[in-house]
Design a protein around this ligand. Structure first.
Ligand code: GRF
Length: 209
């Protein structure tokens, strides 16, 4: 059944579990969109691998369970990922959203949520995978190699770094007189909007039971 917009009229809100490692401004965009009804979803839990992540405070303020799940040196990555998957699974997510989650997830995690893990990356497909993508794009601009960068939202089917089936992307021009800070600010504004739009599109095509 679909609604007037042709979107799936789901019998319930989509359940999201959001993984973060830092400030959580993208998490905040999701929380605000859920609160305003722009997203027919609810954040069931927020999990960080770092206790000092300010995003946890944003979750608490929104009344959402905020959990810290650090990777102890003693345990193997595969063991950590499997335990993390069990924790995430306990919140019964329809989608797992990586919003500034700074760990590469192995198949020991991804196998729990086939087709349901969404990642945000501050670069265009095939450009600047990995960390510090905005700073690396800015450095390439200063070398005269590029005049634009962008943002992508994609599914995470495997252990590829910042690549996977694309859900949304947007080009962000680098303008004369830009500093790294002004570029970062413009990029984050696009991220907040694009992530919510991509999740909205995903939920609109989902048939939740
Ligand atoms: C974002 O730029 C995201 O694309 C990248 O890490 C940053 C996290 O920002 N992976 P925030 O924690 O959501 O403010």
């Amino acid at each position: 059944m679909t609604d007037a917009l042709g979107e799936a009229a789901n019998p319930r809100k989509a359940r999201l579990v959001v993984l973060i490692s830092g400030g959580g401004s993208n998490l905040q965009a999701i929380l605000d969109a859920c609160a305003s009804g722009e997203l027919a979803a609810q954040v069931a839990a927020v999990i960080s691998n770092r206790a000092e992540a300010y995003g946890l405070e944003r979750a608490r303020k929104a009344g959402v369970p905020a959990l810290v799940f650090p990777k102890d040196k003693e345990i193997l990555r595969s063991e950590y990922d499997a335990r993390l998957a069990e924790l995430v699974q306990s919140y019964q997510p329809d989608y797992v959203v990586l919003a500034g989650w700074m760990r590469l997830l192995s198949m020991d995690f991804l196998n729990y949520f086939p087709g349901r893990v969404v990642n945000l990356h501050p670069a265009l497909p095939g450009t600047f995978p990995g960390t510090y993508a905005i700073a690396r794009a800015y450095a390439a601009y200063q070398r005269g190699e590029i005049r634009q960068t962008g943002v992508m939202v994609h599914l995470v089917p495997d252990e590829g770094v910042d690549n996977g089936p694309l859900l949304a992307q947007e080009v962000v021009p680098i303008e004369d007189g830009d500093t790294l800070e002004t570029l970062e600010a413009r990029m984050h504004a696009v991220e907040h909007r694009l992530l919510v739009a991509a999740l909205r599109g995903l939920i609109a095509t989902a048939h939740l039971s």
